[in-house]
Design a protein around this ligand. Structure first.
Ligand SMILES: Cc1cc2nc3c(=O)[nH]c(=O)nc-3n(C[C@H](O)[C@H](O)[C@H](O)COP(=O)(O)OP(=O)(O)OC[C@H]3O[C@@H](n4cnc5c(N)ncnc54)[C@H](O)[C@@H]3O)c2cc1C
Length: 375
């Protein structure tokens, strides 16, 4: 076996497909046995769309909804700006399954319901031990377990780690859905921010992050949090007034290490996606970074270079954008900065487009990786 990949999200499935297409023998271990919803804003940036197309997946064919305009709401202020690039939204349930199906059809041995509990360096290569079943041995190991750390390989806390995330799908009324059509809406509220956008099947996804101590002040529960945010922001209240929540409970995630970037390491392990670089969610570029890491890890490995060389390159290409986005994210959850940003965006709506451009993968890094994936 050439490679064992831990995790079948965008990073793991993207990487496994790239390797298998170029002749490597790959086993991918994914802990979920079937399709699931995942905490994510479900915004697909143009970089993510480019990488998906390279893998043979056209976002609109999967049901993705085009997004053209960013709408920012804070208290009673609502400002709009056209996005400076093509974007989509698509549920992770659909996206991740499509990526895993693509990996299988490229020849990857995809094993579902297979949670890795130990990843160990051996004399010659690596061993991945699942909770149930036999270990998998391979020449190289790729850690793509995303938001979840494998035992013994915990990531550092990052630069902003006091946020809790929630996600809920909604069925909006016809009028609300029409108003949201082709828009991603960002709402700033006391202690956090949220994104709301239409996804496939006529649904809308709401994903938010809130500072832990504010959540407690809000009463500690999702219900009291949503009630308080609606009271604070009439725009969101109107959006959700007759909407139906699709699940009894939201998905939740604690301790996200925003701002973490894995620098070079000589342990020989390739770390991808959120295991390597965690960009704050408002940028909507995490999936793109995951797919980018997959492309450059594949070309580094197949080119005979080391994990350390790959890791340093990924850090070089992402570090500044991740840092800028994290500093902004730290400001976005604080009241004074929220007032300033909302006022500035009101005066100069193009500021929002500039922020959207400055918080994503640099175009030079994208172009270079795309050239490599076609070589
Ligand atoms: C609140 C929030 C909102 C976000 N919104 C957006 C957005 O709108 N747009 C965007 O582009 N990005 C967004 N992101 C970021 C995005 O979700 C991640 O960057 C992206 O999912 C990273 O992909 P990945 O493949 O590295 O990890 P993941 O998507 O987390 O996938 C990891 C996979 O590994 C599996 N796994 C985990 N542990 C194990 C194990 N031990 N053994 C086997 N399998 C395992 C998991 O089941 C999962 O399938 C958001 C993040 C957060 C926290």
């Amino acid at each position: 076996m050439d490679a064992v990949v831990v995790g079948g999200g965008p990073a793991g499935a993207g990487l496994a497909t790239q390797l298998a297409r170029r002749g490597a023998a790959v086993t991918l271990l994914e802990r979920e046995a079937g399709p699931v919803d995942k905490v994510c804003g479900e915004f697909l940036s143009h970089e993510a769309a480019r990488y998906l197309r390279e893998l043979g997946l056209e976002p609109t064919t999967l049901g993705a909804v085009p997004i053209h305009t960013l709408r920012l709401a804070h208290r009673r202020v609502v400002v709009e700006a056209r996005l400076p690039f093509e974007a989509f939204s698509l549920s992770r349930r659909v996206l991740d399954e499509a990526l895993l199906a693509r990996a299988s059809s490229a020849g990857v041995d995809v094993r579902r319901g297979c949670k890795v509990v130990e990843l160990a360096r051996l004399d010659e290569g690596w061993g991945a031990r699942p909770a149930v079943g036999d270990s998998v041995f391979a020449r190289a190991a790729f850690l793509a377990s995303g938001k979840h750390d494998v035992r013994g390989l915990r990531r550092p806390r990052g630069l902003q780690s006091d946020l809790v995330a929630f996600k809920m799908h909604w069925r909006l009324t016809h009028r609300q859905a029409r108003e949201l059509n082709r828009h991603v809406e960002i709402v700033l509220f006391d202690g956090g921010y949220l994104g709301l956008e239409p996804i496939e099947a006529g649904l809308a996804n709401l994903c938010l992050v809130v500072r832990r101590h504010r959540l407690q002040a809000y009463g500690g529960s999702w219900e009291s949090l949503i009630v308080s945010i609606r009271a604070e922001c009439p725009h969101l209240d109107a959006r959700l007034s007759e909407a139906e929540a699709c699940w009894a409970k939201p998905l939740a995630l604690a301790t996200i290490p925003y701002g973490h970037v894995q620098l070079g390491d000589d342990d020989g392990l390739y770390r991808l996606g959120d295991q390597a670089a965690v960009i704050p969610s408002f940028s909507g570029d995490g999936v793109a970074i995951a797919l980018h890491s997959a492309v450059i890890a594949a070309s580094t490995f197949l080119g005979g270079s080391t994990a350390d060389v790959y890791q340093r390159r990924l850090a070089r290409e992402t570090r500044r954008r991740v840092l800028f986005a994290t500093l902004l994210s730290q400001a976005l959850v604080r009241a004074p900065a929220q007032w300033i940003l909302a006022a500035a965006a009101r005066g100069f709506p193009r500021l929002m487009s500039a922020i959207a451009t400055g918080t994503r993968l640099p175009t030079s890094a994208l172009a270079r990786a795309l050239r490599e994936s076609r070589a």
